[in-house]
Design a protein. Structure first.
Length: 70
């Protein structure tokens, strides 16, 4: 379990984001995807989160429209 009951994280949003990416990694590994493929996909999500300075659950359609090139 990534988020353990009774444990208080200093940054719960960052812990949740890490748990989400770890879970997604496990899911893609179970589908037989290569590590390079997995890392490139997760890298895109991490870079976009850093660019918008928001976590994925905070993203709204306007965030995506204004952040992508035309």
């Amino acid at each position: 379990m990534a988020l353990v009951e009774g444990v208080v994280h200093l940054d719960p949003k960052a812990a949740t984001f890490k748990a989400m990416t770890d879970g997604r990694t496990a899911q893609m590994l179970s589908r037989g995807l290569k590590r390079e493929t997995i890392e490139s996909r997760l890298s895109l999500v991490r870079r976009f989160a850093a660019y918008t300075n928001e976590y994925p659950w905070q993203w709204q359609p306007p965030t995506l429209r204004t952040s992508l090139p035309p």
